[in-house]
Design a protein around this ligand. Structure first.
Ligand code: ADP
Ligand code: ZN
Length: 800
């Protein structure tokens, strides 16, 4: 009986469909196998989703099978289907996140030249393309488009195919990663026979091979001081052979983490660890939210949970927001579980990623620490997923699709595999805390910050003291600088005492809103409760959710003063000002522009820790888990910038970042204080910060979100329409919006916009946002065809 299989195909165009193929009688195809299938005139990669599906008339036959078994695990196939539905992304693209890195093969179209002269008159474009192809013999479409700067080059080439001047060929791009093969020497005959046949010079080699088995050629030669040509007689005589052996590239090979033993847990830690261990042993899974301030010992709880998972024969995936910045964390894990830990992130070479993937697939590594995409590694006996700093936005994928959030993926993965999920944070996402408060998650708390006491134990330490400085008063009293008198004094004291200072500047949202410098009022959209975005060119304020707009009022609507100004300060300006006030003090500037490569981050940090500078000026990166014991003063130059980013999560986000930045100060014995400058000292997020009161922030946010039906009381989907032509872009956005509005009729869903994106023009395209808000917004998108003119972002994070 003929078998049929459902295949997710790597199509050159986006599609929601899967396709049915016949399975050749002698081919052992199972779900999860990678195959090549005929598709129109091409042969493409595909992944088998299911075998034994109903026959399809005229189904084509699977051409060939790659490897000798499923590449994608059964639970991952289910996860891919979920991803595709949830994030409205073609199935193969979802599966691609789970394939060995660099093994995807893009379908390419080549054109080859036929004959040698144009038969009749060609247009200038046709002539250009024809000459390009003829000069090279063959040309790939995308390359040609770029080289000729002709976006229509593919269509032009197709017209030449119809004229018989070119022919079209289809191929797959080569995989970008492969096993790393190293030539090894191996014995082909028993050792005693080999010894007889080898001369005196090579006897040592035979002994070595007999003792240690196959050896890398280079190593064998250097150990015995041989040259390759010395081996020739034995190779030709069939005594030894050279063969290519795959050698895993191990990203932790260089890291020597001394083995460490677990400390005695504090009672809070032990309670948390036991609850998680119990869930692991039950085999039924569950989600925990571990709420504990920075330095409260969360990592020790993760380590205890992993230990239990390993004891049960299970593996663990540990997600961190940005691995490049936390080598200390990696060391801690590697030291606790020697030989079992590996890492996975974009800082690795493609080859390393490829080998880590295989090491996990084979079960050679059972603990992976990685960034968001590590959630897709093929861990067969998964038991535990840990997500540290679960509120971080780095967990949201932007490009390419699927635009997933790792927290939601982790939750689904754990549901599918009955694994335990542990979310950890000092400042949980409002949605996560809501989950814990409503009993969907189990809430675990670590209420105290710990300091190692130097004798293997820990003592309770206090949180830094936070002070809010009112910049309106500074202005009233004649201080027009960017530093308040309070901050200047504190800096002076610290510098005098030989201590260090951090100056933090939130960069998100800079110069995108206007604020009254007399009263701190920020004009905001009355419907969406987000700050209006200031559009300099039009001189207008525009809401980036619903497109409501108004001109800038001549006077502040709250206090009547003529003091509304666009807000924005750069790190460079801060650095200059420090130089003017404190001549001779050395300052380091840390932001994305200064440091592109992650090793540069490391160097910069080390320089600061060594005391090569007294002041560090930085952006969001300062919030990452750094330990800077000599810092006693942290200045937040202008908290308002983060608070009014055009996004309903801006208060939450500002609180999270500021709480973490505050956590940098006073980790050492000298304690520390945090000075927050603002024109809006009464802002609830700042008040919560002063008291380190997450609950207060939570209550405030929940009330706001409930009235406006923002998550967790509803969901958001954002569609970005973009087009090189500004009029086309706007027209497309308008027609798509009305179409969606039509579909939303009678459902508890609002379709807002279209509103201009910020910036409106990006990479040569004009962009508009449509926001769909309410209960199950995906439901109005079900029959939206995939298109190159719009992208869909389900549950977007970050500004408009
Ligand atoms: P978090 O992950 O919450 O930031 P850590 O686990 O890094 O906190 O703990 C903060 C500091 O306290 C670290 O230096 C850690 O080694 C130490 N520590 C944590 N738990 C204990 C313990 N039970 N005994 C001794 N030291 C501990
Ligand atoms: Zn609005």
């Amino acid at each position: 009986m003929t078998l049929y299989a459902e295949v997710a195909v790597h199509c050159p165009f986006p599609t929601w469909q899967t396709f049915t193929y016949r399975v050749p009688p002698d081919m052992e195809v199972r779900p999860g196998c990678l195959v090549y299938v005929p598709f129109g005139p091409r042969v493409l990669q595909g992944v088998v989703m299911e075998v034994g599906v109903p026959p399809y008339p005229d189904a084509k036959e699977i051409q060939s099978l790659v490897g000798d078994g499923p590449l994608i695990l059964a639970h991952q196939l289910a996860l891919a289907r979920w991803l595709s539905r949830r994030y409205l992304t073609p199935l193969f693209q979802c599966l691609a996140t789970m394939m060995p890195p660099g093994s995807q093969q893009r379908p390419l179209t080549y054109f080859v030249a036929l004959g040698d002269g144009p038969a009749d008159a060609l247009s200038s474009r046709q002539r250009q393309v024809w000459e390009y192809v003829r000069a090279r013999g063959r040309a790939e479409t995308e390359e040609m488009k770029k080289a000729l700067r002709m976006p229509q080059a593919g269509a032009v080439a197709a017209s030449l195919v119809r004229k018989g001047l070119l022919a079209c060929r289809y191929e797959l791009a080569r995989p970008r990663a492969r096993p790393h093969l190293v030539p090894h020497v191996r014995l082909l005959v028993p050792a005693h026979e080999a010894r007889q046949r080898a001369g005196l010079r090579l006897a040592g080699l035979i002994d070595l091979l007999a003792e240690r088995g196959p050896l890398p050629l280079v190593e064998a030669c250097s150990l015995l001081k041989l040259k390759r040509r010395h081996l020739r007689p034995l190779l030709e005589g069939g005594v030894i052979a050279l063969e290519e052996v795959p050698v895993p590239r191990d990203p932790l090979a260089e890291i020597k983490a001394p083995p460490t033993a677990p400390p005695t847990l504090t009672s809070h830690q032990a309670e948390a660890a036991q609850a998680i261990a119990k869930a692991l042993r039950s085999g039924r899974g569950g989600t925990f939210l571990l709420h504990g301030v920075t330095g409260s010992g969360k990592t020790e709880v993760y380590l205890a949970a992993i230990e239990e998972a390993l004891r049960l024969g299970k593996g663990a995936i540990v997600l961190v927001p940005e691995i490049s910045l936390t080598p200390q964390t990696v060391m801690r894990f590697a030291g606790r579980f020697p030989g079992q830990v590996t890492v996975f992130h974009s800082g690795l070479s493609l080859g390393e990623q490829f080998d880590v993937w295989h090491a996990v697939r084979k079960g050679e590594r059972r603990v992976v620490i990685g960034t968001r995409s590590a959630i897709f590694l093929p861990m067969e006996a998964l038991g535990l997923v840990v997500m540290d700093e679960e509120h971080e936005w780095a967990y949201k994928q932007q490009e390419p699709p699927p635009r997933y959030h790792a927290r939601l993926v982790a939750q689904e993965l754990c549901r599918l595999t009955s694994s335990v999920l542990v979310l950890g944070s000092a400042t949980p996402a409002i949605e996560s805390y809501h989950g814990a408060r409503t009993g969907v998650y189990h809430l675990l708390r670590l209420p105290h910050r710990l300091h190692p006491d130097g004798r293997g134990g820990a003592v309770v330490a206090s949180l830094p003291q936070v002070e809010v400085v009112d910049m309106r008063r500074e202005l009233q009293e004649g201080n027009r600088g960017i530093f308040s008198r309070r901050l200047k004094e504190a800096m002076a004291e610290a510098l005098e005492a030989g201590e260090q200072v951090i100056l933090f500047l939130n960069r998100r949202g800079a110069a995108s809103f206007v604020e009254c410098f007399a009263c701190g009022h920020v004009p905001a959209c009355p419907g969406c409760q987000v700050a209006y975005v200031f559009h300099r060119v039009e001189g207008r304020l525009i809401c980036h959710h619903c497109n409501r707009s108004r001109r800038i009022p001549p006077r502040c609507l709250a206090c009547g003063e003529n003091a509304l100004r666009p807000v924005g300060i750069g790190t460079q300006r801060v650095e200059e000002e420090v130089g003017q006030i404190f001549p001779g003090v050395r300052t380091l500037r840390w932001d994305r522009d200064v440091t592109r490569h992650w090793t540069a981050h490391q160097r910069l940090l080390e320089a600061f820790i060594k005391g090569e500078a007294q002041v560090l000026v930085g952006t969001q990166m300062l919030a990452k888990g750094l330990d800077l014991p000599r810092v006693t003063v942290t200045g937040v130059v202008l908290a308002d910038i983060g608070l009014y980013a055009p996004d309903f999560r801006s208060s939450e986000r500002a609180f999270q970042v500021l709480e973490q930045v505050a956590g940098r100060a006073g980790r050492g014995p000298r304690g520390g204080r945090v000075i927050v400058q603002t024109y809006r000292p009464t802002h609830p997020a700042l008040q919560a910060l002063v008291h380190h009161d997450y609950e207060a922030l939570y209550r405030q946010e929940m009330a706001l979100r409930q009235t406006l039906r923002y998550p967790p009381f509803g969901e958001l989907v954002r569609i970005t329409v973009s087009h090189p032509n500004p009029r086309e872009a706007a027209a497309l956005a308008t027609s798509l919006t009305s179409r969606l509005r039509q579909k939303a009729l009678g459902r508890p869903i609002d379709v807002l916009g279209p509103a201009p994106a910020y910036p409106l023009r990006l990479r040569g395209r004009y962009r508009w946002h449509i926001t769909i808000k309410g209960e199950d917004p995906n439901s109005v998108l079900t029959d939206l065809p995939p298109s190159r003119w719009w992208t869909v972002d389900v549950d977007p994070v970050g500004g408009a």
